[in-house]
Design a binder for this molecule. Structure first.
Ligand code: BTN
Length: 245
């Protein structure tokens, strides 16, 4: 594994994206930064992380024949790799909140941002950005329901050790993609999904609150929710959120 360590950068995802376009990089090249000045989250949000307290890194994977329509399986593999590595470090309940947030006791502890570089109809490279809250104990007031490994366990962690076990674990799950073992990935992902098969209140994009139960995700990564009348509805990101925790 080729690991590039930086003190500060705008965003490790942006840096790696530029680097791969102007040089030849090995698959599994990693960029880790102590500080990001413009950390990016999903859907154009920002990722805020206190300098030197957390893990913020991006991982490059090169694929030979990974179809765009299968991209959600990568999201599954990365979430599974991350959650199973974290389970070796802390004993609390960890879950994947669809599509790929990692929750520790219902609070967000890590986020994932995957950006793909395409070559005609296949994914040539994926840049997998991970922000994991490790030692940060106080968060800005506008960021709610977040936690860190230190907050939930009271322990100090060796960040290199954490990073290596996360990377090795992700590597293990990415193998399933290379072998096109998509159904196996989906089964493991659903087993870790927050509130699966549990009645919960949701809110749709129009603000309508309804009772439903997550029963699956489809191959495009949409969330499949069973409604009270036993029909199902599928939701894309931004089209649904939990109305309660
Ligand atoms: C999210 O939950 O919204 C995704 C957050 C992803 C944050 C990480 S930190 C390292 C990498 N570089 C970025 O700019 N973003 C990702």
């Amino acid at each position: 594994m080729n690991i590039i360590k930086l003190n500060a950068i705008d965003s490790t995802n942006s840096y790696l994206k530029e680097l791969v376009q102007k040089s030849v990089l090995d698959t599994f090249t990693v960029v880790v930064a102590k500080e990001q000045t413009l950390g990016r989250g999903q859907l154009g949000t920002t990722w805020v992380s206190e300098q030197g307290k957390n893990l913020t890194f991006s991982l490059l994977i090169r694929f030979s024949d990974f179809k765009i329509q299968d991209q959600f399986y990568l999201s599954m593999a990365v979430s599974l790799g991350l959650i199973s590595a974290l389970k070796q470090f802390v004993g609390v309940s960890l879950k994947i909140k669809w599509p790929n947030d990692i929750l520790a006791e219902k609070d967000k502890i890590a986020g994932i941002l995957i950006e793909n570089i395409l070559r005609s109809s296949v994914i040539n490279y994926s840049i997998i950005g991970i922000g994991l809250n490790v030692h940060q104990e106080t968060f800005p007031r506008n960021i709610e329901n977040v936690t860190s490994l230190k907050k939930i366990s009271g322990t100090i962690f060796n960040e290199d050790e954490l990073l290596y076990s996360i990377l090795n674990s992700i590597k293990k799950y990415v193998k399933f993609i290379e072998e096109e073992a998509f159904e196996g990935l989906k089964k493991m992902y659903l087993a870790e999904l927050y509130k699966i098969n549990t009645p919960a209140m949701f809110e749709d994009k129009k603000g309508v609150v309804f009772l439903g139960k997550i029963i699956s995700v489809d191959k495009n990564g949409r969330l499949v929710v069973e409604l009270e009348n036993e029909t199902t509805r599928k939701f894309n990101l931004k089209e649904i959120k939990f109305a309660s925790r």
